[in-house]
Design a binder for this molecule. Sequence first.
Ligand SMILES: [Zn+2]
Length: 105
Amino acid sequence: MPNCENCHSKWSWKQTIKKTFTLDPAMTCPYCGERQYQTQKSKTINAFLTPIVLLPLLLKIFFDIPGAILLSLFPTLFVIVLLIYPFLIKLSSKEEYINLSKEKQ
Ligand SMILES: [Zn+2]
């Protein structure tokens, strides 16, 4: 589970899910109110996590999987990804964008 870089409080699973499922890349710490961002490394790891949900589609190409199994695989994988997601998030007080944050100002 992620730790706030500012106050070092550990975010709960529920808090992390709630913060990450917004379009805003900045996540306000529920303990100190400081804006936190996902580190570049954590974003990269999460980018690899998303395709897991689409894995059944890939399997379908190679194996003849019945549609019912395929359909039940999607929510199962989605839940698994959702469960492990907050454990992989690392927080930073600085937004780790290459050049992008400077251009915005
Ligand atoms: Zn904090």
